[in-house]
Structure formats: C-alpha cells, structure tokens
Write a protein that binds this ligand. Sequence first.
Ligand code: PGA
Ligand code: ZN
Length: 423
Amino acid sequence: KITRVQGRRVWDSRGRPTVEAEITTTSGRRGRAIAPAGASRGSGEATDLRDGGVRLGGLDVRGAVHNVETRIADALIGHPVADQEGIDGILDALDPTPTRSDLGGNATVSVSLAALHAAAAVADLPVWRHLNPSPTRIPRPQIQIIGGGAHAARRVDLQDFMVVPLSATRIDDALEQVAEVYLSVGRIFAERGPSLGVADEGGFWPAVAANEEALSILTRGIEQTGLVPGVDVAISLDIAASEFETHGRYTLASEDRVLDGDAWRSVVEGWLAVYPIVAVEDPAGEHDAPGMRAFTRSLGDRSLVVGDDYLVTDPQRIERAAAEGACNTALIKVNQAGTVTRTSQAHAAARRAGWSTIVSARSGETEDISVAHLAVGWDADILKVGSITRGERTAKWNELIRIDSEMGGLPLAPFPTTAARVG
Ligand code: PGA
Ligand code: ZN
C-alpha cells in the first residue's frame, strides 16, 4: 500500500524547474520519477502547471508540487501500489479536464510514473521486467544529430535531423554507428567555421543556410564514416510542422518563403527522392488533417509518417487517424497523456491499428530513465530521446545497454517495413 507521496522541485536540462514525485509503500520500498517538459507542444496534450508571475520566467512549479503533496497524496495514501490503473483512475477523477489543467500534467505524470517505479521496487524487479518479464527485443534507436526549430531559436524550420541505424542488429553496434556519424558531422561543421554550440537535445546547432543543407551535411556525414546511407544508416526527420503552419500555409522562415500545402508537400517529397529519409514526423500542422492524410498517401509506402502533435498520445485520436488514413506510426510520450495507463492505452491503440510505435522523451529532460523502461516493457519499435550527447540523453541510451546486457543480449527490433502499414 502507498504510505507516503512526496513532491519536490528539481531541475531539467534547460535549467527550468520541474516536478519530482516519490512514493513510499508499506514495505518501505520507494519509487520516484521526474516530469519531462516539451517545447514544441501539441495543443491537445496535457499541460504543465506553472506558477506564472515573474520569478523563473513564470515557470516555477510550486503549485504542481503542492498538488502532489496535498490533493494527490490524500487520494492515494492507502491505495495498493500495484494497481496502476486504479491509481491513474484516481488521478483522472481528481482532474477530469482533458489537458490536466487543474492538477497539472507535470503533477500527474510524475506521480503516475513514481507509482510504477514503486510497484516494480515492491516486486523487486526493474520497471521494464515488471512490465514484461521476458522482452524479446530492444527498441531501435532514433538519434538526433542536428537540432532545429523551436529547439534552436528557429535557425532552421525543421526541428530534428536524426539518424536510424538500419543494418545494426544489436544496440551496441547501433550506438557505435551513430556515434561515428555524430563525430563525422562534427568534423564537417568544424571545417565550415567555429562551433555555435548545441541545440536543446544535444544535436549540433544548425549553422546552415537552408533546411536542405542540413540534410546534405547529414548524408555526407554518414558517407564519410564508410557506412552506406539508406542501407546502414538512414535519416529521419521530426518536421514539427505545427510550429510553422497557419491555416494550411507553411512558412519556411529560414528560407524566406511561404508555401501552400501542396507546394510544401512537394518540397518534402523532393527531399525523400534525394536523401535517404525513412521517417517523417508531423509533416503537416496539427490542425491540417487533409495535409496529414495527403502526406500519408504520398509517402506512407516509403517512410514512417509519424504523428506527434497530431496525435498527442491520445488513444481516440490514434483510432480516428487510423480510420482516416492519417499517419502510420504513433509517437508515444507519457507527459502528453498525463498517466502511465493512458499512455499504454495509446500504445495499444497504435498496435491495434497495425502501426509502428516510437516511445519518446521530451526536449526538456532529466536523469530520469523511465522512458527506456517503458519502451522495452511495451515492446516499442523505436526509442527517441534526442542526441547521443549530454547526460539527460545518454542516461536513456546507457539504460538500454544495461537492459540488453541483463538479458544476455537481445536483437534490436527490426526497422518497421512501411508498405504494409498504410491504411
Ligand atoms: P518537444 O519536442 O519535447 O519540445 O515537444 C520533441 C518532439 O517534438 O518530438
Ligand atoms: Zn515531434
């Protein structure tokens, strides 16, 4: 049973306050978790409760911490910790708003995850094993090399220029290949001029003139390692188009041009024809449903078409999108859904639709490694946590290595074949 629920204010990778929850049980075993925070958020996702005002830019979370220690603690103390659905049901009942605006998504997600960790501790198991006693594969990593969009002061419009190792069959080899690509792209940037630092998730700052230049540098970076682009290592993009779409028009500010939906789709189709791109996330804005369907029709046989802001880890939205032929892959983020149970329902909804799944961290992260455990426990196809640098990112990759070694070495999940997955 839960005997204590504590909340505390801790700090994330952008130097912003966030919520940690810790749950203690009758046995004395504890679990704790920290809420991550997004920067390019979908309008339908759970929102963090922030204090407002001037201190810390209005971003303080004392109100959310207070909610953990008062209303949530009062409701959960005495409840069996292994009853994740019951605990999450209590959180839902305490705050029935669709975006958790009353308690704060940061309060609910930290408590929900802390309960999962506490239940695993009571069972004396790591969280991944508590969720799945015998996983058969490790999610394939999708790793940022160059950052952009809202994570890099909009120096380019696209948000994530990532790579996916395709031919590697073990996590060790996959990460080694990505590290080679990271070093190689770093050398290309170094030859071009002084380093301008890194974007929010640790990828290189995009010191480029246009979106496409980042694609060509990334492709060259892969080639220069001796790996074959599109065969050994491919490119994947999080376009995060909601950040530059309004009323169906797409503004590429870094290139000084505004495109209608069809022209924008031609641009992206052109990139797929030239560069080894195997996944595009949020190619259309979150309100541009016809755009997302058109992208899925035109690219879905060649590429994962991933919904993030478009789906916001909402099981009903995933079902609707699948029925309408929008997307073929769901991005799964616990803090978009607000609880572990709702997130797992979203993951299951994507599976029912025959889709692939990508479990994802946020741009504001911490040392919390829950996301690696969820990805293994739920048997996700892919894990996305940013770059292969910075502790809040490597914490997750290194956890995959530990899980793999504890299991005596598992194959990586195959990169999903997309042709069969288009609605
Ligand atoms: P965010 O970005 O965490 O800033 O929302 C990650 C993503 O868009 O996938
Ligand atoms: Zn995204």
